[in-house]
Design a protein around this ligand. Sequence first.
Ligand SMILES: Nc1ncnc2c1ncn2[C@@H]1O[C@H](COP(=O)(O)OP(=O)(O)O)[C@@H](O)[C@H]1O
Ligand SMILES: CC(C)(COP(=O)(O)O)[C@@H](O)C(=O)NCCC(=O)O
Length: 324
Amino acid sequence: MRHNEPVSSTEGHVSTPYVELDRAAWARLRDRHPLSLTDKDVQRITGAGVSLDLREVEEVYLPLSRLLSFYVDATSGLHKVTSDFLMERTPPATPFVIGVAGSVAVGKSTTARLLRDLLRRWPSTPKVELVTTDGFLYPNAVLEERGLMHRKGFPESYDRRALLRFVAEVKAGAARVEAPVYSHLVYDIVPGQTIAVERPDVLIIEGLNVLQAPQPRRDGRVGLAVSDFFDFSVYVDARVDHIKRWYVERFLALRETAFADPQSYFRRYAELSDEEARTTALRIWDEINGPNLADNVLTTRGRASLVLTKGEDHSVRRVLLRKL
Ligand SMILES: Nc1ncnc2c1ncn2[C@@H]1O[C@H](COP(=O)(O)OP(=O)(O)O)[C@@H](O)[C@H]1O
Ligand SMILES: CC(C)(COP(=O)(O)O)[C@@H](O)C(=O)NCCC(=O)O
């Protein structure tokens, strides 16, 4: 099969809406859109903690940011058409909204930060903001009351209405919209702290459940979901056994950093031996993050505009791009 041709599927005679490109085919696209970065740029982009390969950024994420910048321009043209049709004199600026979804530990935050920093380099999108959905988790006090302390990350652990309102307001061009902030260190919402979004060119919303379909309400009617406001979405994908290993490795590493902080909710984990830490991480994975991935996150993959599939070293092996 030629890699630049759509994949056809025999499943129920519905052909897939995606075009599938392997790593080499995707990387070749870069030749048509010459782009380059220095090691220094990459260091600046990724910040502390994650060691990223320059080639990976240039071959995978830079072309994606280029495609996105074309989408931003095309979408703004479409808004103009609607506005002209409606004879609006001063059409509101409408931010382009991108959702980034995937499992805990698959690399959503890294992908979202990369896209933010790369998009800022393109002329039509200098102002890019990134918001993570953890700020919309209910505070621990509410989760405790509802018996949801061991369901953090499951759809019901979020104030979905507040999240929806936030995205709808940003999308409607509101001058300033605030989102609450979650601290991984204290493992709770930070009272009174917010992040402000002020009419960006692009808003990236990153979180486990951002691609969830709208849920039926109590009256049986189906409302809106945040994904209804997305102009584009990325699902970061990998084999579950790889993700589970990345989760455990990150947990072991956190003993030296975040867990060791006197303020950390998980202070007690800093003292664990390798074996104890591994057992604890595997338990948390098997009880919380694994089931959430299987039941609520993976089930939304087919709704994404683009799926990045990573190999066991985090390098992207395959890209699915929705064409239909
Ligand atoms: N593209 C990448 N290349 C190398 N390592 C990565 C990459 N993306 C993520 N990682 C590693 O995987 C771990 C999880 O990534 P992160 O972005 O924090 O995941 P998530 O936000 O999905 O929980 C990080 O600790 C980081 O070291
Ligand atoms: C904070 C999270 C729910 C992810 O939030 P997101 O930004 O994806 O909405 C997750 O990273 C997490 O910490 N899960 C909790 C698992 C546990 O209770 O340890």
